[in-house]
Write a protein that binds this ligand. Structure first.
Ligand SMILES: [Zn+2]
Length: 265
């Protein structure tokens, strides 16, 4: 059965001497692996269309239940060539590709995530050093997939953060900061705090900024230049949360690696 869809290459893995297994995020089938026969040979009909980040119109042939349909055609819509050429860009983008590879189940349609990734790559092509783009992608991705950290209420008693007054100043003024516990994936209020891991402090202004990011559409974030301190605060929480949810990275031998570098490409 022939399938046609649009896909963005997340990863290509060498298979045998000249073949590749290409992992796509597709608009119709979500995460999808396809087998590409001999693309590494000179004069391959696939050309450079199987390079990571390439956005193409693809056709595949395979039975409905086939785990690895065979790629029959791949026509580039947008190559995102410049993002591959800049090593620093590629390193940063590999983090968001990793999210797709690690969180999304295969063959489960996620058109919203596909649009989000395409949108972000298009923005990054013009400014790949804008940290807000990466942060926005991560926050929206976690929300769509249901993995968001809980920052609106205490993870134990459920009191909303505003009413629960989770962390008061010594002088009894309004809350200066909230305590986020990575192991709970949540803010825990003052009255529920027990022993456990060291909390990460989250200022009320950073919390407001996070809530705004959840509401803004991708076009709106181009008009925002947030203070570095707010960006760093939210980045710290989101990156720690993602690392905790994913668990320790494993080497190809199954042993837990000590370093946490996770590069998809
Ligand atoms: Zn509580």
């Amino acid at each position: 059965m022939l399938k046609r869809t649009d896909g963005i290459v997340l990863k290509s893995t060498v298979f045998g001497e000249a073949d590749l297994i290409v992992t796509y995020l597709t608009s119709d089938y979500g995460l999808l692996k396809a087998f590409a026969k001999s693309p590494r040979k000179i004069r391959s009909r696939f050309g450079s269309s199987l390079e990571p980040l390439t956005y193409s119109r693809i056709s595949m042939l395979g039975k409905e239940e086939s785990n690895l349909p065979r790629l029959t055609q791949s026509d580039i819509i947008r190559p995102f060539y410049s993002l591959r050429e800049d090593f620093k860009c590629l390193l940063n983008i590999s983090e968001i590709l990793e999210l797709n590879l690690n969180f999304l189940p295969e063959r489960e349609s996620h058109p919203e995530i596909f649009r989000l990734l395409l949108n972000m790559l298009t923005k990054l092509e013009f400014n790949c050093s804008n940290r807000l783009y990466y942060l926005y992608f991560k926050i929206r991705f976690l929300e769509i997939t249901g993995y968001s950290p809980r920052l609106d209420a205490c993870g134990r008693c459920g009191d909303t953060v505003e009413h629960g007054r989770p962390a008061k100043r010594k002088n009894g003024g309004p809350p200066a900061h909230h305590n986020f516990y990575v192991s709970h994936g949540s803010i825990i209020c003052q009255k529920c705090i027990a022993e456990g891991d060291e909390p990460i402090r989250l200022s009320t202004s950073a919390l407001r900024f996070y809530r705004s990011l959840l509401k803004w559409n991708p076009a709106a974030i181009d008009r925002i230049i947030p203070p570095e301190s707010l960006l760093s605060e939210i980045e710290g929480i989101i990156n720690s949360h993602i690392r905790y949810v994913l668990g320790p990275p494993r080497s190809s031998y199954g042993a837990v690696r000590k370093d946490t570098a996770r590069i998809a490409l």
